[in-house]
Ligand binder design. Structure first.
Ligand code: SF4
Length: 174
């Protein structure tokens, strides 16, 4: 709350972590403009416009699917690509908030975490029918509802981007 100035606009993709800590509500209460494309009241016809609002906000706030402790690589897998797209490039600043449960020893373990630990509960949350939701781990499926479509590894902050990371000493999100 101290990092994001009053009056700044904030875009939040579908992050369970950000929802769990109540950040969107706190920012809205303070008067910030918060854009979320996962608002259940949003009409499907307005979704792309909302996604653009998220992307062009002063701050883009997300978590990460995993962080490699060995080399500091943030590992994210996306279905639509909006989250990893805005992580890679957007005009605003980037804030990543993660719980300690997202930390893995190296990039290979972080990738494995995303498929075996993060994605199955996310598929369940979104009422998807990819097979990991039933068996609890990745089967590298070819299901039409496969949510693993874009993989992004952020090794360093992209050129010209101000990136902040808040590591929370508790478990948050998947
Ligand atoms: S590839 Fe398919 S089975 Fe594996 S985690 Fe992604 S959606 Fe689930």
């Amino acid at each position: 709350m101290n990092l994001i100035p009053d009056g700044a606009s904030v875009g939040v993709p579908g992050s369970v972590t950000v929802r769990e800590i109540g950040l969107t509500e706190a920012l809205e209460k303070r008067g910030s403009k918060v854009s979320v494309h996962w608002d259940p009241e949003l009409k499907p016809a307005d979704k792309n416009e909302r996604l653009m609002e998220e992307l062009t906000s002063d701050w883009f706030v997300m978590s990460t699917n995993a962080l490699s402790a060995d080399d500091g690589v943030f590992v994210n897998i996306d279905g639509t690509g909006n989250r990893v797209g805005a992580m890679s490039w957007a005009p605003g600043k980037l804030l990543i908030i993660l719980g300690v449960n997202k930390i893995e020893s190296d990039t290979a373990s972080a990738l494995k975490r995303v498929r075996d630990k993060a994605t199955p509960p996310n598929v369940l949350r979104l009422n998807g029918d990819a097979p990991c939701a039933a068996v609890g781990h990745c089967l590298n499926c070819s299901s039409p509802s496969r949510v693993c479509r874009v993989v992004a590894l952020m090794e360093r902050p992209p050129f010209g981007r101000e990136v902040h990371v808040i590591l929370v000493g508790e478990e948050l999100g998947y």
